[in-house]
Design a protein. Structure first.
Length: 966
């Protein structure tokens, strides 16, 4: 049998084409992906497959001061080619493994980490390497439970915890760094074709490893495009195995489930690997491994015993196969078009520990301005200043809160961003001031393609500064087609663009260049099309052989490209005022580290139930990938949702970190005030619910901005040992608040099943109905889910702070009183947190903040419940990331004084065992009402008892205690 040839045929078989997917490559249409999968196939079929890569023991050089070593690596197939290995253990136990070609014909792109990392990580000075004849190893951790072993022959890296293998690199021998080679030399060296695999292996081991043919080494065609490949083959294949983890999560962005389905093996769910290649996919599928607008190459592996993760700092087109060779084990195979191996292994052992480890690498999400967590109203397009004013008026008339109005590309004359079309927007600054009157904001779109017109100052200045991307060969500015017609693209890799781009956002004139004087300091920015999207380019993007600053080809850095625009734009917004205000930038494209610059959304979703449902999952996955500030277009970008669908979509949006309605230019107007009753009132209540919960969202974002633990937490994060919840991705917890939500994403639903993971009581947020979970393996309960209902629960043991006065915008809530919902646990206790600051500046970094802990304790007899508030910031002087702020913290800080009069106006206690006899604060009897409910004493199913304490006379930022006696 012609073994090798038949394999080639097998992988070249066309994959099933789906709607609009013909514009994008499948693995079999991508030469390096074909090569990578073929390598895996040959390894799979061989009983004697051994990785050709090995460490040269004599080359090992251990740093005397730090836990790092370097070593030479050789491939037995190419004895003349040299590779260098660099392994280090960071202070927090993360292992970084780098491998590059040394002294090759060219240099591989090695700068991905420099864009993704927040800083160069500190290397441990305590951990020591031990070298033996066969490996280098280090043991560390509080209990010396972690061991990392780098084996020499073949090269393999394994991380163990408590003697159990957690992560193995090159365990399957698929590591392959295609070295740079000269075209002619390879042609002469071409291996003879052979029929028999064993013969090939013995007579021509290179062909056995790399394949018999030079598959797409020097040129590649796709549809009408030809990719000239002047550097030749340089792909990187690496297998990463999690031998004891049955679930993997992460690698956003794909429209798929949270627990990633398999792509290889007999039971493969998808036929193609997951792809990371930022792309503007028109009408994307709701269930697919295709790449979408952003890429975060971080993958978590989880089991009931352990969580670990890997982050591969590679920026080129990357395909990832996932297989489950046995239950409880996961194999992955990562194939990238170019770049070095730069892999971070995060040892866990829990989801929260992994989030912290990843946040120390790439940064935590920026704490957004508080208004950015409120409701955003967008449409392509509000067509004039008067249209904007009219929409604002109608929201107010309908008593619907909204904080932000958005303008899409039609505000800009000929799509020259920043330049108002004066026919329709004659008075942009006045219009913006009208919006700002009650604290609202404007967000305006600025895309990275610049119309090639001499009368467009932004293009002209960019061209004259030489900061545009060059076409293949590097001589001329690249030219492509986008909204603005013939366009050029900013090259933000060029440092010469940085300070200049930031100055564009200045609202004051500047002598030597253009500034946006027709904007205000409350104009914020939407960066779209930054994959980059190029209508006449291959895969709707930039040709891979285009040239960026430093001579790098676009293929090397494609996935980072989109992140630089929001990075610099957010810096530009901060530079507008002194002191700076927190920026807001929405981006469509993203990479690891993008969480530091703003929010993202899931792009052009369809107005279908499937897209609504997968949007919830995509936002959850983004949270796992470190980027919590995420949402999908409420209503669906394409299509005209019927009222039921629109209402449900608002239900999804209310529980998304980023909450924005948006619609395609061809859709009918669908602002919520246009709805008929009862839909209009339902949406009004939902919007008000979001506003009432802004303190919860803000507290959750603040926690994420300090710890990296995401704002939305799927079940496996909240209950890491409960296997039954590991694949759950349609319900989730909001921060540490104890709120559990299951947005309804199906038509015609009146009730739904909600999973309760533990033996605790869960109170329906609205009706106070109590549901009890089960101790082992969790339990599903059926809950009402009619159109006017959002299944929302407070887990017993939580205290939820809200603000319930309806307002037109969130800044108007600044001094509003609070309600505390005290949801007693089965043991009669509860706790919660509230974080507050001015919501718009960086004064919190100097300790201008209020951080409270609320608690409810019960004495042994459960006849006395003490509900109290205390200062949490004062108790956490050295908290991790913002230790500086808290070190300077003073309970009587300026911000705290501004809210000294802000009260708690109501305390609602759920689940008291008996009617109180007295409710006192500071010795005074308070006003209260009690209804006994129907739930049994142990809080099993039935309506919970409700005690409402009215105006207890306590400040939200003060210490106090309320004593409830039965
Ligand atoms: C594509 C974006 O995804 C969409 O939200 C926007 O409305 C259009 N570009 C027009 O700017």
């Amino acid at each position: 049998m012609r073994l090798l040839s038949s394999l080639v045929l097998l992988i070249a078989a066309p994959a099933a084409l789906a709607v609009k997917s013909q514009d994008f490559k499948t693995c079999s249409q991508s030469a390096f992906c074909r090569r990578g999968r073929a390598l895996a196939d040959r390894a799979e079929l061989s009983t004697s497959w051994v990785s050709p890569y090995s460490v040269t023991p004599s080359s090992i050089s251990i740093s005397p001061q730090q836990a790092s070593f370097t070593a030479a690596v050789k491939s037995s197939l190419y004895p003349d080619i040299n590779f260098g290995l660099d392994v280090r253990v960071h202070k927090d136990g993360v292992v970084r493994v780098r491998m590059d070609e040394v002294g090759g014909l060219r240099k591989r792109y090695d700068e991905a980490a420099s864009w993704a990392l927040v800083a160069e990580p500190d290397i441990s000075q305590d951990i020591k390497w031990t070298v033996s004849a066969s490996d280098v190893r280090a043991v560390y951790g509080d209990r010396k439970e972690i061991e990392v072993v780098v084996s020499f022959e073949p090269l393999k890296v394994a991380l163990y915890r408590d003697g159990i293998e957690q992560v193995v690199l090159n365990g399957r021998g698929l590591l392959h760094m295609e070295h740079f080679r000269a075209k002619a030399a390879v042609a002469e060296d071409a291996p003879p074709a052979a029929d028999d695999a064993q013969v090939v292996m013995q007579t021509n081991p290179r062909a056995w490893f790399e394949g018999e043919e030079e598959d797409g080494y020097w040129e590649e065609k796709f549809n009408t495009w030809t990719d000239s490949k002047p550097k030749g083959p340089e792909s990187l294949s690496v297998d990463i195995t999690f031998p004891n983890h049955g679930h993997v999560y992460g690698i956003p962005q794909h429209a798929t489930r949270l627990s990633l389905p398999t792509t290889r093996g007999a039971d493969a769910h998808y036929s193609d690997p997951y792809r990371l290649y930022n792309a503007d996919v028109f009408e994307y599928l709701a269930d697919s491994p295709m790449s979408l607008y952003g890429s975060i190459p971080v993958m978590h592996a989880h089991s009931a015993q352990s969580t670990v993760a890997v982050f591969h700092a590679v920026a080129s087109d990357t395909w990832i196969d996932v297989a489950r060779p046995a239950p409880g084990a996961t194999e992955t195979h990562w194939v990238s078009e170019s770049g070095i191996l730069d892999l971070f292994i995060m040892p866990g052992p829990t989801p929260d520990a992994v989030f912290g480890q990843y946040a120390r690498l790439t940064g935590t999400p920026a704490l957004p301005a508080q208004w950015a967590l409120a409701y955003h109203q967008c449409r392509w397009n509000y067509i004039s200043s008067d249209d904007v004013r009219d929409v604002q008026r109608r929201f107010d008339e309908a008593d619907m809160p909204v904080d932000v109005f958005w303008l899409d590309i039609e505000y800009a004359e000929e799509h020259k961003y920043f330049i108002w079309d004066k026919k329709t927007f004659p008075d942009p600054v006045d219009m913006t001031h009208d919006v700002e009157a009650i604290g609202r904001k404007m967000v305006v779109i600025v895309d990275p393609h610049l119309k090639r017109a001499d009368n467009y100052p932004v293009y002209k200045e960019a061209r004259d500064r030489g900061v545009l991307v060059k076409s293949s060969g590097g001589e001329n500015d690249f030219e492509g087609w986008c909204w603005s017609g013939s366009s050029a693209w900013m090259d933000f890799f060029n440092p010469g663009s940085w300070e200049w781009w930031k100055t564009l956002f200045q609202t004051q004139p500047r002598g030597d260049g253009w500034t946006w004087t027709e904007s205000t300091v409350d104009t914020y920015i939407w960066n779209d099309m930054n994959e980059p999207s190029i209508f006449n380019g291959p895969e709707i993007s930039m040709p891979r052989d285009s040239i960026h600053y430093g001579g790098w080809e676009h293929r090397d850095l494609h996935n980072i490209n989109g992140m630089l625009l929001p990075n610099l734009t957010s810096q530009g917004l901060m530079a507008r005022t002194n002191p700076p205000k927190r920026p807001f930038v929405l981006t469509r494209s993203f990479y690891a580290g993008s969480q530091r610059f703003g929010a993202m959304w899931t792009g052009d979703n369809l107005g279908t139930w499937e897209h609504m449902a997968v949007g919830v999952r995509m936002v959850l996955v983004n949270n796992i990938g470190g980027f919590s500030f995420a949402g999908s277009d409420v209503g669906g970008f394409f299509g005209n949702p019927d009222p039921e669908m629109l209402v449900r979509w608002y239900g999804v949006g209310v529980f998304s970190p980023f909450f924005r309605a948006h619609a395609h230019i061809d859709t009918k107007r669908r602002e919520p005030y246009l709805l008929d009753e009862p839909y209009k009132s339902i949406v009004r209540s939902m919007l008000r619910l979001r506003y009432s919960m802004l303190p919860v969202w803000y507290t959750a974002f603040r926690e994420a901005s300090v710890t990296g633990v995401p704002v939305l937490r799927p079940h496996y994060v909240a209950f890491p040992r409960d296997e039954a919840g590991f694949a759950l991705d349609d319900q989730y917890f909001l921060g540490s608040s104890g709120l559990l939500v299951k947005p309804v994403t199906e038509k015609g639903v009146t009730e739904t099943a909600v999973y309760l993971a533990d033996d605790e009581v869960y109170y329906d947020y609205f009706t106070h109905h109590a549901y009890r979970g089960a101790s082992a393996g969790g339990k599903y309960v059926t809950v009402p889910a009619g159109l006017e209902e959002i299944p929302l629960f407070v887990r017993g043991g939580s205290i939820v702070p809200t603000r319930e006065r309806p307002r037109r915008s969130s800044p108007l809530m600044k001094y509003d009183p609070f309600t505390l919902r005290v949801a007693l646990s089965t043991g009669g206790t509860a706790r919660g947190e509230l974080y507050l600051d001015d919501g718009e500046t960086f004064a919190h970094e100097e300790g201008q903040l209020v951080w409270r802990e609320f608690s409810a304790r019960t004495d042994g007899s459960a006849r006395v419940v003490r509900i109290g508030s205390r200062d949490l910031a004062a108790r956490k002087p050295a908290e991790a990331v913002d230790g500086v702020a808290l070190a300077q913290y003073d309970g009587a800080n300026v911000y705290a004084r501004t809210i000294a009069d802000v009260r708690v106006e109501r305390v609602v206690v759920l689940g008291l065992a008996a009617r109180p006899t007295s409710v006192r604060a500071g010795g005074d009897e308070l006003q209260w009402e009690y209804s006994s409910g129907t739930a049994a004493d142990d809080k099993t199913q039935g309506t919970a008892s409700v005690l409402v304490i009215k105006d207890p006379g306590v400040g939200v930022a003060a210490d106090w205690e309320i004593v409830v006696e039965a």
